[in-house]
Design a protein around this ligand. Sequence first.
Ligand code: PEP
Length: 258
Amino acid sequence: MNKLVAGNWKMHGVAADLQQVRAIAEASRRFPSVDVALCVPATLIERAARAVPGFAIGAQDVHFADKGAYTGCVCTAMLIDAGASLAIVGHSERRDAQRESDADVKAKADAALGAGLAVILCVGENLAVREAGNAVRTVSDQLDASLPHGPAVASGVPDRLAVAYEPIWAIGTGKVASCEDIAEMHAAVRDRLAAAYGDAAQRVRILYGGSVKPSNAPEIFGVADVDGALVGGASLKAEDFVPIVAAAAAVEAAPPIA
Ligand code: PEP
């Protein structure tokens, strides 16, 4: 299974930044064993997709409804029409600022997968939960309440679904979870995936996210059950992001360290 390295540009990016999209797509061709994607702002999806045909451009959110009176929202058909092939759902910044619940996240994942998009479903604990020793329990509960189930699973969902474990206290802070904590959490995520999808759980990629950068990527990619990364700040510039893709490619042949 190829590793997946996806960038989340958050609320960054205008036309001038398409040169970074082009540079990242061009450089990524050197690493065919890694799947690379950029989730850009909605306003940039169409231009980015046109700029780099064949390279995966994604959205950072999607509405669960297929159309309707939802001012300011974007549905799956609009994303596909603009050229997106994947969507992030449940990012902690949206769970927090937009008060998105696990049920909302599940509805979004169902809608996106049902429409044929790939999905990166984010989960993660805050610092208080981690310090109270409840991180694994909290993330497991998030997954049980937000993973898509039912008929969608039979139609190849595991291959188009990735789960991103993103400890909230590590996002944009420069703090990174220890390899032991990442290994423990990714094993727990795999366990919940197995409960939902049986053997097909092995085909769901589990990404780590939280201050991944060129200097820590090799160590993180060496941890068992780390199938890639969701990268925020370090995905904005090719000079930062491409070395992370290279680190994912380099670890392919090496055995996991934890
Ligand atoms: C993210 O936004 O998903 C993220 C992990 O951000 P950063 O890499 O900047 O911590």
